[in-house]
Ligand binder design. Structure first.
Ligand code: GLV
Length: 396
């Protein structure tokens, strides 16, 4: 076992939550809070996790479950696990391995990885690093010219789907990022950076690895025609340039012939609209509680979208997944699979690829154990009969 793998082995890391303090000690506060934090009062961020407590199980006991099938199919791809790794911006700041490490761990586990536009590694390197399917999450940063170029590169590199995020007309205010000087550290002058440097200097291990990796990366997948790769920008500037309308989606569909996942749907109306606009799948998502605060948790929004879409496309969901039981609950409420973001990103920040592998392994063993305890032999057989849903949820 490598040193990194040992650092996140049991008993130090038994659950996803155990990665958090290790990540917090390894990376600067600004990077940790970017990963850990949400918008405004973080009401939705907290509710995304808490809401899973509202759903309880209805196990079938005294049933022999000699083997559990965890596999599923998403957009025609056979996945060994009913979860994919969600797009996570700035992954290369969490660990130099960044997106390549996460994609490699996903592929080795038999699942898909979704690469964020706000990524520090070239999409070609991420794709060739993984043995599994890789999807590209598209923001319109850098304008349509940059989007056209990246869509073509993704096609040539063999990406399997585009994930278009629709909930970022501007960035939500992530107050922790302001307090930590995220903007100044990323794009400020040396003078503006000074007051925020102690938190970076207090993480010498991270700092050494960061400097060896070349310091602040550019955005190699946002190449502006005639100008080259965009420099790394702070998240507010990045997302303010990222508004996607249904008209943009139509334009994207002309360029990308493969499947498109529309991510950021929270209502039945938007779900139906996404289907009408040609989405092959939808991710019910509030962007991990990072955009508009006080929207419902993703799990709470899921039944309305499932019922409105009525089986026309596959429904994914993301937000708040920390345990295998969370994944089981989302599938019982109609999700085909879920996307995990922070659950693996804490692992990445704690120990690079070994941390991502460990996070996936925790969720995999959780899933297997939970299915056996439920008396259910496959993810495909999960449905509402395995859960109690609060009365107040029952209109959908
Ligand atoms: C990027 O998409 C972010 O939410 O930080």
């Amino acid at each position: 076992m490598t040193k990194a793998a040992r650092s996140v082995a049991s008993p130090r890391v038994v659950s996803i939550e155990d990665f958090r303090p290790i990540a917090q000690r390894r990376i600067p506060q600004s990077v940790f809070d970017y990963l850990d934090g949400g918008a405004e009062g973080e009401v939705t961020l907290r509710e995304n996790c808490r809401v899973f407590e509202d759903i309880t199980f209805r196990p079938r006991h005294a049933v022999a479950v000699p083997a559990c099938a965890l596999c599923t199919r998403v957009l025609g791809f056979d996945l060994a696990l009913p979860f994919l790794l969600a797009p996570v911006g700035y992954s290369r700041l969490m660990h130099p391995g960044g997106e390549v490490a996460a994609a490699r761990a996903a592929g080795a586990a038999g699942t898909a990885y979704i690469l964020s536009t706000i990524s520090g590694h070239r999409l070609e390197d991420v794709k060739s690093g993984s043995s599994g399917p890789v999807f590209y999450q598209l923001y319109l940063m850098g304008g349509r010219g940059a989007a056209e170029a990246v869509i073509e590169r993704a096609r040539v590199a063999g990406f399997s789907a585009l994930v278009v995020t629709i909930d970022t007309p501007v960035s939500g205010i992530r107050e922790r990022d302001y307090r930590n000087g995220m903007k100044e550290l990323i794009s400020g002058s040396p003078l503006q950076k000074i007051q925020f440097l102690p938190q970076v200097l207090s993480r010498p291990g991270w700092l050494t690895a960061f400097l060896r990796d070349g310091g602040l990366p550019s955005l190699p997948n946002v190449v502006i025609p005639g100008k080259g790769p965009m420099p790394l920008v702070d998240i507010n500037a990045a997302l303010a340039e990222s508004a996607v309308t249904w008209a943009d989606l139509r334009w994207i569909r002309e360029l990308w012939r493969g499947p498109i996942v529309v991510k950021g749907v929270l209502t039945g109306d938007d779900g139906r609209r996404a289907v009408d606009e040609g989405a092959a799948a939808i991710s019910v998502s509030n962007h991990g509680g990072r955009q508009l605060d006080c929207v419902p948790s993703s799990l709470r929004a899921l039944p309305e979208v499932v019922s409105a879409v009525n089986g026309q496309v596959e429904i994914l969901m993301d937000g708040g997944i920390r345990r295998g039981t969370d994944i089981v609950k989302a599938i019982c409420l109609g999700a085909r699979a879920v996307l995990c973001g922070r659950a693996y990103a804490y692992g990445l920040a704690a120990a690079g690829e070994a941390g991502v592998t460990r996070a996936i392994e925790i969720l995999r063993t959780d899933l297997e154990r939970s299915l056996r305890l439920l008396g259910c032999s496959s993810v495909a057989a999960l449905d509402r009969s395995y859960v109690n849903v609060p009365k107040s949820w029952e209109s959908n």
